[in-house]
Structures are given as structure tokens and as C-alpha cells.
Design a protein around this ligand. Structure first.
Ligand SMILES: NC(=O)c1ccc[n+]([C@@H]2O[C@H](COP(=O)([O-])OP(=O)(O)OC[C@H]3O[C@@H](n4cnc5c(N)ncnc54)[C@H](O)[C@@H]3O)[C@@H](O)[C@H]2O)c1
Length: 437
């Protein structure tokens, strides 16, 4: 024992100076000690990593309902039957027709644009992720409508590069009508990630695939009147400043315009941005005021009508869907070809931005009065101060540029357009078959 203990005296106090060759016994013992220490250390590291992984993994995320996550789900696509449907839907059936990939085709504007293109013999293929920002059954009903006119909507996300590349492999699209986006101004405070996901990341992904496609398509895409933000000069002209967005939605649309400039500059993509002004009509969006006012007036629920400071009027340049569709088609028809090939720019390409509005702003209280007359029900009005959640006090488009370059000439006043909307609304939601929200 004492012999054994005496060996320990040989261990220097400074471990680094320990001489390994002094005694085989000490050597082994120390090796054992150090192995044990190493084992303990690595066990803790391993346990730590498992814990980090566990707490950061999506399955333990307390917000599984986040739509930007949901839209990352995988979709079924591919195979000979699927490719056949894609080809058939995108086949051009008229002389001088174009073949268009319409993103957001199950959406409000996307459905109307797809149907109009198909009617005149263009090839149309839809793409939509059918997210549940608003009632997906309305998107499915629009899909069924398009299906009947021969338009196939591929179910997928614009962030899915493999899917987009496949679509361009199957069809040499001449044009892309890009309408897929996270719309809505107020929802951005609830789910900012979904705006970044669809309006920025998704747009860049689409442009990446378009720039590498051969031939490169010409792209027409939806920006928004919201880029005018806090501007007070009216009517809004394309030359006005757009660097004061009042919502994240507006900021992502403005970012889209800058991104479009970059892809035009570097890769020669032909890009046309359309700044829509409050689009309304049949098959519209349930998150928009004219739509949920109609629903709530019919239910006898009170509706909130906003007013600005000092009883200032809140007004919108409401634009009827058929006028917007004409503007979209004219933008596609006047779009010049992209100039690049093989992912490289070969010369300058077209870059445009147009206002598509009605040039006739209407106070929101007048919108309510028209709805009251059409529905034959008095609204319970609750006048409230305009909250600071992204809405602006008024919008008013100067459309002279679109008039000159696209022959754009809106022809539907709010009274006429709302009459068509109400007729559709009553027939769509009749008999309580579908509950409007
Ligand atoms: N309706 C208006 O008043 C208005 C005004 C200004 C701008 N816009 C813009 O016009 C376009 C069309 O608007 P809308 O009113 O038809 O909206 P919508 O929400 O009805 O249509 C958008 C469609 O895009 C789909 N989508 C969203 N993210 C997607 C993604 N990542 N991948 C694939 N599909 C996706 C949605 O499922 C939806 O069907 C949007 O870009 C919108 O921002 C609309």
C-alpha cells in the first residue's frame, strides 16, 4: 500500500509536466482517469446536442399553425399522367397565342386572368399552394371552375425550385403571370413570416428559375398601390416616391419592385410590375372590406367604418376585376421578350411599372350605402378611428401611363361592379350550403 502511495508522490503538481514514462502503473491509471473524464465530457456534449436539437426541432414548435411553415409541406407532382395534364393545359390553341404560367391561379385575380387567357386560346397552366390564409374551399371552388374550362392548377409552392424547373422542362412558357403572394395589410402584424416567404423568397426563387429557363419567359407580376404608403400627393403617379411603406405587405411589394430591377439588369429578364388598386368583384377575397361588409350586413352584425383624424374620409380607388383583367392581358401582350439565354444577359430588356386603378376614389361610407341598397338591409355602422395597422387613408391612381402604353381604360363604376359582386355572393352562399366565414 505504502509502496503504491509512494508512487503518487511522483505525480507533479503541474499536469502538463507529467512524464508519461515514469511508471507503467501510473500510466495506466492516469490513462483510465483521463478516458473516464473524456467519456464524461463527450456524454455531456452529446446530451447537450440532443437537448438543443429537441428544443429547436419544428415538431416541438409551439406555433405549428404558422402558414409559412404549412406552405413548406411537400406536394405530389410528377409522373407521365401529371406531365400530360400540364402539357395539355398549357397548349396554345390560337394563332399568335402565348403560353402562360399563372402563379396564384386559385386566387381571386389569378382565377379571372387564367379564365380570360384560356377563353382567347392561350395556353394556361396554374400554380397555387392553396394555403388557408382565407377559406381554402373558395380556392377549391375557383379551381373547379377553371378545371371546367381546361385549366389545370398544379398544387405547389413558388419556393419549390425543383417543381418550377420541372414545369419549365415540360413547357417552354413564353410568359409568366405572377400573382401568387401573401396579400392583406393587417395580417402582416400577425404572421410577418408568410409575407417574406411568398412575396420575397418565393419571388426570388421564381426569378431564379425564369432567368435559367431557355427561352427566358417575359414576366408580368402584381405589385400594389400600397407602395405609395404615406404619400399625400394625389393622384398617385408611377413617378412618385415609394419609399415610405405603411405596412410590411407594402414593404415586401416595394422590395419586389427593386428585386425585379435587379433581375432585369443582371439577367435581361423582361419584367412588368402592375400596381393594383383595391380590386373587387365576383369570386373575390373574403378578407377585403366589401366582402366581409356584405357578409356582416346580411348577418345583422355591426361593421366598423374607419375615419381618419379630424373626421377625415377614408377612401379607396376601387377597381373592378374585369378592368384589372384587361390591364393584365394588355401587359402580357405588350411585354417584349426577355433578352438573356443560358442564364446570361445578351442585351437590355424591358422593365415597366404601371398603376392599374379606377381613377375615381370612393369613401368607404359610400361603399356601405351602395351595399345597403343592393342587399336591401340597413347596416349597423360603427364609426372608428383608423388604427395604425398598415391601412392608409386613401388611394387614388393616375392611370395615364397605362392608358398610353397598354390602352388601359377602366369602364366599371362601383355601383355596377358591386351589383355583380352581390349577385355572385348571394348565389354562391345561397341555401346555407357554404358558410361565408
Ligand atoms: N386584390 C387586390 O385588391 C390586390 C391589390 C393589390 C395587389 N394585389 C396583388 O395581386 C395578387 C393577386 O391578389 P388576389 O387578390 O388574387 O389574392 P389571393 O390571395 O386571392 O391570391 C393569391 C394566391 O396565391 C396563392 N399563394 C400564396 N402564396 C403562395 C406560394 N408561396 N406559392 C404558391 N401559391 C401561393 C394563394 O393560395 C392564393 O390563392 C397578389 O400578388 C396581391 O398581392 C391584389
Amino acid at each position: 500500500m505504502s509502496k503504491q502511495m509512494s508512487h503518487l508522490d511522483n505525480i507533479p503538481s503541474t499536469p502538463g509536466k507529467f512524464k508519461m514514462d515514469k511508471s507503467p502503473y501510473i500510466h495506466n491509471r492516469l490513462r483510465w482517469h483521463s478516458s473516464l473524464a473524456k467519456l464524461t465530457f463527450w456524454s455531456f456534449m452529446f446530451l447537450g446536442l440532443i437537448l438543443i436539437f429537441f428544443f429547436r426541432s419544428p415538431s416541438s414548435n409551439p406555433l405549428p399553425q404558422d402558414p409559412s411553415r404549412r406552405s413548406l409541406r411537400t406536394y405530389n407532382w410528377g409522373g407521365p399522367a401529371w406531365e400530360k395534364r400540364v402539357r395539355s393545359s398549357a397548349r396554345i390553341r390560337s394563332r399568335n397565342g402565348i403560353s402562360v404560367l399563372v402563379t396564384g391561379a386559385a386566387g381571386f385575380v389569378g382565377t379571372h386572368v387564367s379564365a380570360a387567357l384560356k377563353r382567347r386560346g392561350d395556353g394556361v397552366l396554374g400554380l397555387d399552394n392553396f394555403n388557408d390564409y382565407y377559406d381554402p374551399s373558395l380556392k377549391r371552388a375557383r379551381q373547379a371552375l377553371l378545371e371546367r374550362s381546361g385549366v389545370f392548377i398544379v398544387e405547389g409552392d413558388i419556393n419549390d425550385s425543383a417543381l418550377l424547373r420541372k414545369l419549365f422542362e415540360v413547357v417552354a412558357f413564353t410568359h409568366v403571370m405572377h400573382l401568387a403572394a401573401q396579400a392583406g395589410v393587417r395580417y402582416a402584424m400577425e404572421n410577418p413570416g408568410s409575407y417574406v416567404h411568398s412575396n420575397i423568397a418565393g419571388f426570388v426563387n421564381l426569378l431564379e428559375v425564369c432567368k435559367s429557363a431557355n427561352p427566358q419567359p417575359a414576366i408580368v407580376w402584381a405589385s400594389s398601390s400600397s407602395v405609395y404608403g404615406l404619400n399625400t400627393k394625389v393622384p398617385f403617379s408611377e413617378r412618385d416616391r415609394t419609399d415610405q411603406p405603411a405596412s410590411l405587405y407594402a414593404a415586401t411589394k416595394k422590395a419586389g419592385e427593386e428585386i425585379a430591377h435587379t433581375y432585369n439588369h443582371i439577367y435581361g429578364l423582361s419584367l412588368t410590375g402592375l400596381r393594383f388598386f383595391t380590386v373587387y368583384g365576383p369570386w373575390g377575397r373574403p378578407d377585403m372590406a366589401y366582402f366581409f361588409f356584405t357578409r356582416d350586413i346580411l348577418k345583422g352584425k355591426s361593421i366598423s367604418i374607419f375615419e381618419a383624424a379630424n373626421h377625415g374620409t377614408v377612401a379607396r380607388d376601387f377597381t373592378y376585376i374585369d378592368d384589372i383583367v384587361k390591364g393584365c392581358l394588355a401587359a402580357l401582350d405588350t411585354a417584349e421578350k426577355s433578352s438573356g439565354s443560358g442564364g446570361k444577359k445578351k442585351g437590355p430588356a424591358q422593365l415597366r411599372v404601371f398603376n392599374l386603378g379606377n381613377t375615381s376614389p370612393v369613401p368607404v361610407s359610400d361603399l356601405v350605402s351602395i351595399l345597403e341598397r343592393l342587399l336591401k338591409v340597413n347596416a349597423k355602422r360603427n364609426i372608428m378611428k383608423l388604427p395604425r395597422n398598415g391601412d392608409v387613408q386613401f388611394t387614388h391612381a393616375n392611370i395615364s401611363l397605362a392608358q398610353r402604353e397598354l390602352g388601359y381604360k377602366p369602364s366599371t363604376d362601383l355601383q355596377t361592379g358591386l351589383k355583380k359582386f352581390v349577385r355572385w355572393y348571394l348565389s354562391y352562399y345561397s341555401g346555407g350550403q357554404k358558410a361565408a366565414g
